[in-house]
Structure formats: structure tokens, C-alpha cells
Design a protein around this ligand. Sequence first.
Ligand SMILES: C[S@@+](CC[C@H](N)C(=O)[O-])C[C@H]1O[C@@H](n2cnc3c(N)ncnc32)[C@H](O)[C@@H]1O
Length: 219
Amino acid sequence: MLERLTDPRFRAISQPSPQAIDLIRRVLAEHSAPVVAEIGIGIGATSVALCELLDHRGEAWFFDFEERVNELATDLRAAGYQNIRVMGNSRATYDSYSWTLAMLLRRRRSAQPVELFDFIYLDGAHVCHHDTLATVCAKELLKRSGYLLMDDYDWTIATSPTMRPSVNPTIRQHYTEEQIELSHVEMICSLLLDTDPEFQRVPIGYRTREHRRAYRKLG
Ligand SMILES: C[S@@+](CC[C@H](N)C(=O)[O-])C[C@H]1O[C@@H](n2cnc3c(N)ncnc32)[C@H](O)[C@@H]1O
């Protein structure tokens, strides 16, 4: 998988998220061996950067489709990183990392502590039916003082180069006009995070249009 990072066809997803890197650095300033999660790995641009920053300390967990996380794990292990865990899901229409997270949370609730991660980067499908449950689970799986980074805060189906109705007319069979026009991640943030007194917004450098939004779970 990692060979695609230098392939011009994947240029759009070949760079790590600078905000994820910044937040990992903040976590590392407080914890020598943090546990971090990336939900949605793409071609591994941020995944590799996370491993480099952890430098064999703590653990990095990766969630995505099964064949993708397995490919990433093979490459990262070959590069010498053994402190990784991969959590894959099937290609069934309604399966996703959200179900994997829900099952993980249920298992952890039967033992203590429930909280597992010092940092979670949620960067998956950015649609309500996957990311609402994923966010509910991520909030509980995040340790106190941990950071949650929500990607695609400004993303909409209407502006997506591959999903917008002019390119993909069948999208109208799956989403209403309102669901096409509005950002699902913005809605999830406003309903589940912005109003939760346990979560505090963390400024990450955006002035006007936010592409990502970060939160810290209060200690
Ligand atoms: C934008 S990419 C992630 C980019 C990556 N975080 C980075 O920084 O390079 C979104 C990822 O979400 C994953 N994804 C989307 N829908 C999914 C689903 N239903 N189940 C599992 N993974 C999914 C895709 O396979 C893709 O790898």
C-alpha cells in the first residue's frame, strides 16, 4: 500500500494530516507511550507519520476495510513497526468501522477501564449513517485529556468530485437534497460534541472555513 504514497495518481491523499501530527505531538509531550487510533487510513499517509512520531512507543490502531488495514499492517511491519493493531471490517453495504468500534466498546465495557485511546483521528466515510455511531463510540473510548480530531468538517456530497449528482446521478436514490447539500460531519459535531460539556474545542489554526475540527475530553 505505501508504494502509492509516491504514485502521482494518489497525490490528493499522499500527505499526512498536519493537524493530526500537531495533536500527536501534544499527546507525546504528556505521555511517553500513548495509544492512538486512525479511523479511515486512505493509502497510509497519516498512518506512517503516526508510527514515525510514536517511534515504537505505545500503540497505533488502524480501522478501515479488512484488506486495506491488512495491506497497511504488512507494509508497516516490514518497515519495522510492530506496535500496531488493525481492525478491519467487511465490504457488506452496511458494515463499517462504526460497527467495529461499537463491538470494541461493548467488550471494553465488560472490563475496566473502558477508555483506551489518547488520540483518535476520525477520517472515514464522513456520512451520518457511519460516523454518528463512530463518534458516539469514539467519545467513550477516548481517555480523559485525550484529543479527538474530526476530518471533513466542511465536506458535502454536493461538492465531492466523485459523489456529486452531476457526476454520479444515482446518489439521489440514496440521499435527499438536504443530505446532499449539508455537511454530515458538521451536523455530528454540532449534535454530539459542540454541546457536550465534557468536550472542549481545540483551536487548530483555521480562521474561516474549517476542514477539520478538534476536541479535548476534559480531565
Ligand atoms: C479520506 S480516506 C482517509 C485518509 C487518511 N486518514 C489520511 O490521513 O491519509 C477515508 C478512508 O475511509 C475508509 N472508509 C470509508 N468508508 C468505509 C467503511 N464503510 N468501512 C471502512 N472504511 C471505510 C476508506 O476506505 C478510506 O481509506
